[in-house]
Design a binder for this molecule. Structure first.
Ligand code: BGC
Length: 260
């Protein structure tokens, strides 16, 4: 089976690093045009555009802070001006914030995580749906986390934002389905990216993490990206309103492999 996204116009938020970067590359390999949204490290965004172009793909870099609704409206206008519209939105931009118990955390820091992970995803989805609903086609993929389901001490804003994204996905999917638009979440587990370098970069932390993963290894960003490409394609034409986990079994309660 050959997955092709020729002629599709995609935007990937936070597309210049980690999982977002792998998604941008895979979408381009499948033939989609890819707008790589970024907020920091412009060099990374521009060199990714160049890399995609060298492989005969089509890409552009667009700077916008997902937590700023006006900047997001402008970003969608500029993509529309360049490519005549969009077909695929990947809401990937996210932050996990500094580790702190709820009673110790700084309110501004807590709010920032919600603004990027939840409000940012909503602002982009809203702009995308304003275009996808009238055209009666398109796909929105929200990159969530195993922590939409698994509690994580020290990260209450992150877990709350990801659980909220799951329900945002279901509700927007219900609203958009009659218009031929699908909305899904993809929930990665531990994937080797800069966001969790302090874990996989430290032997003790890594060992602790591997005990939480039945497949006994950290995932590669490409393993998330491949699923995103399948879900964005017509191969998944009957799939909507759900979270698909790509986590090496982390949500399969590995502690229950013994005892109980
Ligand atoms: C976090 C990673 C973490 C993984 C598994 C992800 O959502 O961003 O830092 O390693 O969940 O706990």
């Amino acid at each position: 089976m050959n997955i092709r996204l020729d002629g599709k116009r995609a935007v990937v938020t936070g597309g210049n690093s980690g999982i977002g970067e792998a998604i941008a590359v895979c979408l381009a390999e499948a033939g989609a045009r890819v707008a790589i949204n970024y907020v920091a490290q412009p060099e990374a965004a521009h060199s990714l555009v160049q890399r995609i172009q060298e492989q005969r793909g089509i890409a552009m870099a667009v700077k916008a802070d997902v937590s700023d609704p006006d900047a997001i409206a402008k970003m969608f206008e500029s993509i529309e001006a360049a490519w005549g519209g969009i077909d695929i939105l990947v809401n990937n931009a996210g932050i996990d914030g500094d580790r702190a118990f709820g009673w110790e955390t700084d309110i501004a820091a807590w709010r920032k995580v919600i603004e990027v992970n939840l409000l940012g995803a909503f602002y982009c989805a809203r702009e995308a749906l304003q275009r996808l609903v009238p055209q009666k086609s398109g796909v929105i993929l929200n990159i969530s986390s195993v922590h939409e389901e698994i509690a994580w001490s020290g990260y209450s804003a992150y877990t709350a934002s990801k659980a909220a994204v799951a329900m945002l996905t279901k509700t927007l999917a219900q609203e958009a389905a009659p218009h031929g638009v699908r909305v899904l979440s993809v929930a990665p587990g531990a994937i080797k990216t800069p966001i969790n370098r302090s874990v996989w970069g430290d032997p003790g932390n890594l060992q602790d993490l591997l005990e939480k993963i039945p497949l006994k290894r950290i995932g590669d960003p490409e393993e998330v990206a491949r699923l995103v490409v399948v879900l964005a394609s017509d191969l998944a034409s009957y799939v909507t309103g759900r979270t698909i986990f790509v986590d090496g079994g982390m949500t399969d309660y590995p502690d229950f492999a013994h005892g109980g």
